[in-house]
Design a protein around this ligand. Sequence first.
Ligand code: NAD
Length: 357
Amino acid sequence: MVGIDRVYNLGIIGYGSMANSHREIIENSNLRIKLKAIYDISEERMCLAQKQGYKTYSSKEQLLTDEDIDIVLVATTNESHKDIAIDALEAGKHVLCEKPVALNSEELNEMILATAMHNKVFTVNQNRRFNRDFINMWRTIDSGKIGKPYIIESRVEGSRGIPDGWRTNKHQGGGMMLDWGVHLIDQILYMINDKITNIFCVMHSINYSDVDDNFSLTLTFESGLVVRIEVATNNFIKRPRFYVFGTEGTMVINEWDGCGTVIRKIADDNQWKSEITKVKAGPTKTMAPRNEKTIEKIILEEPTDVNDSLEPVYEQLIDAIEGKELVIKPEEAMRVMKVMEAAFESAKTGIALKVEI
Ligand SMILES: NC(=O)c1ccc[n+]([C@@H]2O[C@H](COP(=O)([O-])OP(=O)(O)OC[C@H]3O[C@@H](n4cnc5c(N)ncnc54)[C@H](O)[C@@H]3O)[C@@H](O)[C@H]2O)c1
């Protein structure tokens, strides 16, 4: 039965910390999703699931052959996403796969082929498309307050390294490009309707030799817009989440709540036009302070109307099952994957790559 009252049964494969977050959100929301069963290779995680009152299975196959399950969430470590997602599609389930959807574009291609073959909905948990910081940055650009943006800087930074375990292993899809890079690139590609023509990336392995634990990625779009995406796990002085240069002003979004500031030009400042002036910067006209009367300061408040959770990801999945257009499309994940692959290649060769992505 398909209709507004239909509740979909979810089975989770991979019941680690992220899957537990999914559970919490599903349990505390009005989503038309019921968490029905769980499978994990770890006995400890299966015990937890049982204690929480869920049905567990002793194999992935048992979960996949349960006819009551409509949707499978794949929330295992990254190297196993492809096979599990394909098995679920073949078993006739719709699939929500955690990010990064796969380790590379060949794997994702196989997943896309399986989706078409079995005519199911396949989506990726690019949940950061619905975050307040990102939405406020996008809305502020769209409002025209800073004119035309020409440089966007998007950063997430910490100083505590990478969490122990699989995230530090290359063969399991560890490293910051696949962990955080995938979100930050996805946000930018979702927002900007233009082709990327040039990619340059520098990666560092400061504390973990097997994977990138810090990177700096520069994307140049056909329009000339430059986007810098940086992830750091060894930065003790944090920089703002977003910093955007526009032709008429500058925007900073400080933190995850989306609060920030715009300083915009309301008149030209000609006060240092004829004379070199001596200021703290030394003799200069260019870097001399601006007349405060020629600018306006706008405070950006937290956009509390934004549902900054996993709910919109499930809602768009249910909508797509019921016939609407999917919001987080596998083809978009493929574009992100291609950008990440070019970034790895650029970091390896030290060369900026000309691309058409
Ligand atoms: N969207 C987000 O914001 C977000 C945030 C954190 C993690 N994630 C993603 O979620 C996934 C899991 O991350 P995590 O932090 O929960 O890791 P985790 O290590 O806490 O959990 C992974 C779980 O998968 C299980 N597992 C591994 N291989 C399995 C297999 N073949 N079959 C069944 N179970 C298997 C492990 O036993 C473990 O319980 C990763 O892909 C990660 O990138 C997404």
